[in-house]
Design a protein around this ligand. Structure first.
Ligand code: PEP
Ligand code: MG
Length: 549
């Protein structure tokens, strides 16, 4: 008898489709006794052994994750090892054993539940998702304390795994040749399990409350595009989604072939194709998509992800990590572009009538010099660890650019006096206001490169708020005024012997790639996933042929 199709919604972690048999995985339960122990000393020793075993296990998981998903994501397990060594965390467990006379299993479970609850009650989605990491290290210690084997059984046939939740360590232990995708009742798109799965291109749904053991053995399709799973899919749907999955696989294979190839047109014109990133978490995508470098590191996300002003050292570590991971590739650091649609509570910025025209980007940095200096010092210190370029956002006058450069120079001199190592760096200007376009010749005298921010340039040229969806009917992403401004900027830059790139969304618009190359644009910086499709277009262009109208 044909089963009726079930559709269950969840949160998709990536756009992809997985089709296969469903396999339900249940975490083996353990019994926890809360009776008093006679020998707390012995329990302390048992706990200590379990903690050490768990630390060793994180090291092994790190090595496996490094091979499967790259060094950046593998660092999750280094963080787990550090959590297992955290003094407060260890003391909380020891305290339960010593003061409450409880066994090690009970103490670990209780302390971890408390810690996980603290994270899960936080507002910030990133910190909220860290409760899953506490749970993972807890389970790791419980494995050791109870001699439990926590490897999900996968059988011999590739399948889609169903579970209440899946820990990062379980994800890494799984045999990926047998894993088509997974669906969990709990979890979050920000969890480390989701990050690992994304880096390995494994379709998955999290927060799908309907997941049921009864689905075990039936056929399922994860439709990551529509954030749902179909159980016993109708035949027509099955064939449509199979065709879509095969198309995706073909595209991925085609893109893989482009890795390592030049971004050179048929007539021999080469353009640099770089990637835009928001933090160290994006560096794997840069490498996986074979971007030539980073054309825009939106450093404000280091601030947006923090609960208070990130210190110079915190920023330095983040920036250094990006540079070291990507070295020797160039990384263009755009200084903090906070304000307008990107705000943080701790900066306590005054409400404004027109935030997009207000205290944002370079303006706020010049108004709050100490704040700016903290970032510039961190960036300069990081420059010793890779190939760094620095650029300033929202410049509207040569005076602003000169002022920003003077503060940068002041920081450089301070660091030299402190005996810090500083690498070489180029200084660039973002061209994202019509004013900057009009004075591009003057600005070019003051810097080493231009990077055109077409998102803001379009907003300010057409006077259309980029965040207002109602204005969509009025917006023209190919507005001739913006295209002319790009041309003017390239010409001005080249007149003064500096290179010109585009780092706004328009850089990824393949219907304009030929236009940009004919204009003489030197670099295009796009979302990492657009690097290879852009390379494909570039390699098919012939600029010697007359342009089709
Ligand atoms: C732009 O304005 O085009 C740009 C790249 O900067 P952001 O989108 O971060 O404002
Ligand atoms: Mg901008």
């Amino acid at each position: 008898m044909a089963m009726t199709m079930i559709i269950a919604a969840g949160k998709s972690i990536l756009n992809g489709i997985a089709i296969g048999k469903l396999k339900y995985y249940k975490l083996p339960e353990i019994e926890i006794s809360d009776s008093e122990v006679i020998d707390p000393e012995r329990e302390l020793q048992t706990f200590e052994e379990a903690r050490q075993n768990a630390i060793d296990e994180q090291k092994a998981l790190y090595e496996k994750a490094k091979l499967e998903s790259g060094e950046d994501t593998a660092q999750i397990f280094e963080i787990h090892a550090m959590m297992l060594d955290d003094d407060d965390f260890v003391s909380a467990i020891r305290e339960i054993i010593v003061s409450e006379h409880k066994n090690a299993v009970y103490a670990v479970r209780t302390a971890c539940l408390r810690q996980a609850e603290i994270f899960s009650e936080m507002d910030d989605p990133y910190f909220k998702a860290r409760s899953a990491d506490v749970e993972d290290i807890c389970q790791s210690m419980l494995d050791s304390l109870t001699d439990r084997d926590r490897v999900p059984a996968q059988g011999t046939e590739p399948s889609i795994l169903l579970a209440e939740d899946l820990a990062p360590s379980e994800m890494i232990r799984l045999d990926k040749s047998l894993l088509l995708g997974f669906v969990t009742m709990k979890g979050s798109v920000n969890s480390h399990t989701a990050i690992l799965a994304r880096s390995m291109n494994i379709p998955a749904l999290v927060k799908c409350p309907e997941v049921s053991e009864e689905w075990d053995g039936r056929e399922g399709i994860i439709d990551g595009y529509n954030s749902c799973i179909y159980i016993d899919p109708a035949p027509e749907l099955r064939s449509t989604l199979t065709a879509r999955r095969d198309e995706d696989l073909k595209k991925t294979a085609l893109m893989q072939e482009l890795k390592g190839k030049d971004n050179t047109t048929i007539d021999g014109t080469t353009v640099r194709v770089y990637a835009n990133i928001s933090g160290p978490w994006d560096t794997q995508a840069v490498l996986q998509n074979d971007a030539g470098g980073v054309g825009l590191f939106r450093t404000e996300f280091v601030y947006i992800g923090a609960r208070d002003y990130p210190s110079e050292d915190e920023q330095f570590l983040s920036y250094r990590q990006v540079l070291e991971t990507l070295s020797p590739k160039e990384v263009i650091f755009r200084t903090c572009d906070i304000g307008a649609d990107k705000t943080v509570d701790y900066m306590q910025m005054d409400p404004e009538e027109n935030p997009a025209l207000g205290c944002r980007a370079i303006r706020i940095c010049l108004m709050r010099k100490d704040f700016f200096k903290t970032q510039l010092r961190a960036i300069l210190r990081a420059s010793a660890y890779g190939t760094l370029l620095i650029m300033f956002p929202m410049i509207t006058s040569a005076r602003e650019l000169r002022e920003a450069k003077d503060i940068l120079e002041e920081c450089r001199q301070e660091l030299v006096r402190e005996g810090r190592k500083i690498g070489k760096y180029q200084i660039g200007t973002m061209i994202e206001t019509p004013a900057a376009v009009m004075i591009a010749d003057e600005l070019a005298e003051e810097c080493d490169f231009f990077s055109i921010g077409t998102n803001d340039l379009t907003q300010y040229t057409c006077a259309i708020d980029r965040t207002n969806a109602k204005l969509e009917p009025f917006s023209d992403t190919h507005h001739p005024a913006v295209l002319r401004e790009i041309q003017m900027t390239v010409e001005a830059g080249h007149r003064h012997g500096i290179w010109v790139g585009i780092c706004g969304e328009l850089a990824a618009d393949v219907t304009l790639t030929e236009t940009f190359l004919r204009m003489g644009v030197d670099e295009l910086s796009v979302n990492p996933k657009n690097v290879l499709p852009l390379r494909k277009i570039i390699r098919g262009l012939n600029l010697k042929e007359p342009k089709e109208i």
